[in-house]
Design a protein around this ligand. Structure first.
Ligand code: WTA
Length: 633
């Protein structure tokens, strides 16, 4: 294929002949052109590759913007495509999931056949507990196979899962359970983290003191700790499995394409986390297509997405898309550096991983340990790499490319969000790469960079990133808050989706994401809101007012820095700062522990009393404060 634009500017990595020869999208330009001219036709063809109980009448219904609907009139269930349809093929015996424990002392594997058995059993149990179509179920589980089973079981019967990342703590969990009005919570007795036990069940008990909607709790045994069980409410999963009701077939519910699949809470601008709603049909088509084209998956691949199932990356690309593709996935319980910084490389070698996807923060962290650790392992099975979650700095990109990919593996830098459900700005393997750029919008998408007034900025200039076309895996709304959905995403520039990121585009049409422009902080790729951190701080008796901002951090990308005004009677001290850091970690979760807490007498505010975090951030970095005309003092 002739390269349409051979002279790209800057540091460019072109695909090898070997990569081109096997790519699922051999001709990027042709496919982009097709989708540009016939958006609905493009997505309809993708949807036809999957199974539907009844075909859709309309691919896209945009009669009530921005409440777009996809595959209207179609009947399906994502689980039918992720599991059931494989059972009538040779894939029935193929490995769907390989799992390894943190310490490496346990391995579990599941074929598609046994995955179906596990999911059906889980579904039978939650059904027997009275969970019905449309009911919300909160899942608070570590990286163990049961998290996938629980999510798929909900989807199978048409219940709506709401997964809360197991690194969150009491306040975060309680707020999410309460907002979703879940009837059932699925958790574990505990989880392992770097050799220590995290007491998940105790956190659930604490949270449920204020959540009257919850009728039942299912507890998966993982660490074997003795945990208090409340007789009428709490049930061991293994006890339930032994009941006759658990075994036997469980029919996959026939659903409308637009029936809700899950909600996932994420932080936005000030205020409590928003429940992003995804639906069965469009999400299934969008995640399937992007994984197939971007990570080029083939039947003999072994895919490892090293994210946590508790975030959107895990939802889309650990749990759903790989199964829809009939792929073999690997799930690892632990982190990259426990007990030694070769843990991931050891897994790649041990399981022959071919395509590996992680976050820049992990790469930067592992880089610090040096090349000797990956050098101990045979990584030659790898053929493609990926990153997500935050911008990747070119040094980390080059290290990943050279030391892990041995200069052979293109790196797919995928920009997307909880809201988008699927990769949005991303290369496919044949696209020439520039370290630090997510390259170009995926097929059928158009992105723009606008200034405050809504005019497109010149190439090379920074502005607000927006998306112009709808896509099948897009969020449908904020659960229970249609108004906020419209105001948050579709109001600044009517008719265009506001991503909340700043970015620039270069002369070659490549996009460079700079970072969030709202009150979201990306800490080690985890999406956190300043509001939640601040409310954890003011729940401490010493704190009258608090502001949290993100500042650059070498490994984490961004780290949380806090400023507190103390109540009278409390004096600033090192010990109090430390106590406040612990307090946030205890209430919100260790991932939200502030890097640093400073005390102050005043916070910069607008005349209407809103904290100007932007000004705090500029001051902390010694940068110009920008427009401060609305500043109070
Ligand atoms: C950031 C994660 C640069 C961005 C899938 C976005 C990225 C936010 C990239 C969404 C990337 C994600 N390059 N920045 N490749 N991918 N981001 O909802 O700021 O946890 O808005 O979804 O992560 O975070 P979320």
């Amino acid at each position: 294929m002739p390269n349409p634009k051979p002279k790209l500017e800057g540091e460019v990595y072109y695909p090898s002949e070997a990569v081109k020869a096997q790519a699922n999208v051999p001709d990027w330009e042709a496919m982009a052109e097709h989708a540009r001219h016939d958006l609905q036709g493009f997505w309809a063809e993708r949807a036809e590759e999957l199974e539907w109980f009844q075909k859709w009448d309309k691919v896209l219904d945009d009669s009530n913007k921005p409440f777009f609907k996809w595959f209207v009139g179609g009947k399906t269930n994502i689980v039918h495509n992720a599991i059931d349809r494989h059972l009538n093929t040779a894939r029935k015996n193929k490995l769907a999931l390989i799992w390894e424990s943190e310490k490496g002392d346990q391995q579990r594997t599941f074929s598609y056949f046994s995955l179906n058995r596990e999911v059906s059993r889980f579904a039978n149990i939650i059904k027997a507990m009275g969970v019905q179509k449309g009911d919300r179920v909160t899942i608070y589980l570590p990286r163990i196979p049961e998290i996938s089973f629980a999510m798929l079981a909900c989807a199978k019967i048409g219940a709506v899962h709401s997964v809360v990342f197991a690194g969150f703590s009491v306040d975060a969990l309680q707020g999410r359970i309460e907002d979703s009005q879940s009837k059932l919570v699925i958790t574990a007795d505990g989880s392992y983290q770097n050799g220590k036990v995290v007491e998940l069940k105790r956190t659930v008990d604490e949270a449920l003191k204020k959540c009257p909607s919850v009728e039942n709790v299912i507890v998966v045994r993982r660490v074997g700790h003795d945990v208090p069980m409340e007789a009428s409410r709490d049930h061991w999963y293994h006890d339930m499995c032994a009941l006759p009701i658990a075994n036997g077939k469980c029919a996959t519910e026939v659903l409308d394409a637009e029936d809700p699949l899950y909600i996932l809470y994420t932080s936005g601008s000030t205020g409590k986390p928003k429940a992003i709603l995804h639906t069965h049909g469009g999400y299934m088509v969008g995640t399937y297509t992007t994984l197939k084209y971007v990570f080029d998956l083939k039947d003999d691949d072994r895919w490892w997405c090293a994210a946590d199932p508790g975030w959107v990356t895990g939802h889309s690309y650990i749990v759903y898309a790989p199964l829809i593709l009939g792929a073999t996935s690997f799930m690892f319980e632990g982190g990259p550096a426990y007990p030694y910084p070769n843990r991931w490389w050891q897994c790649i070698e041990r399981y022959g991983i071919t395509v590996f996807y992680t976050a820049p923060t992990a790469i930067r962290g592992l880089m610090r340990f040096g090349e000797a650790w990956p050098a101990k392992h045979d990584l030659s099975s790898l053929r493609l790499l990926g990153t997500v979650g935050e911008p990747i700095n070119p040094e980390a990109w080059r290290w990943y490319y050279r030391v892990i990919g041995k200069n052979q593996c293109p790196i797919m830098d995928t920009w997307w969000q909880t809201e988008t459900g699927m990769f949005m700005i991303t290369p496919t393997p044949t696209v020439p790469l520039k370290p630090g750029s997510a390259t170009r919008p995926f097929f059928g998408l158009e992105a723009e960079i606008l200034d405050d007034a809504g005019n497109a900025v010149a190439d090379g200039e920074e502005g607000y990133l927006v998306l112009k076309n709808p896509w099948p895996a897009m969020l449908r709304t904020i659960y229970g808050d249609d108004e906020r959905y419209v105001s948050q995403y579709w109001s600044k520039y009517p008719g265009k989706y506001l991503a909340g990121d700043s970015a620039r585009r270069d002369k070659d049409g490549y996009f460079w994401i700079i970072g969030r422009v709202d009150d979201v902080i990306k800490v080690s790729g985890h999406r956190l809101g300043t509001a939640e951190v601040e409310s954890a701080l003011v729940s401490h008796p010493a704190v009258a007012e608090a502001a949290a901002i993100g500042l650059p951090h070498e490994v984490k990308g961004t780290a949380i820095h806090c400023f507190c005004i103390l109540r009278s009677g409390f004096a600033p001290s090192e010990a109090l700062a430390e106590e406040l850091r612990q307090h946030v970690a205890k209430h919100m979760g260790p991932i939200a522990r502030p890097e640093d807490v400073k005390f102050t007498d005043k916070l910069p505010k607008t005349r209407s009393g809103k904290i100007m975090r932007r000004v705090l951030k500029a001051r902390a970095q010694g940068l110009p404060e920008g427009d401060i005309s609305t500043l109070e003092e």
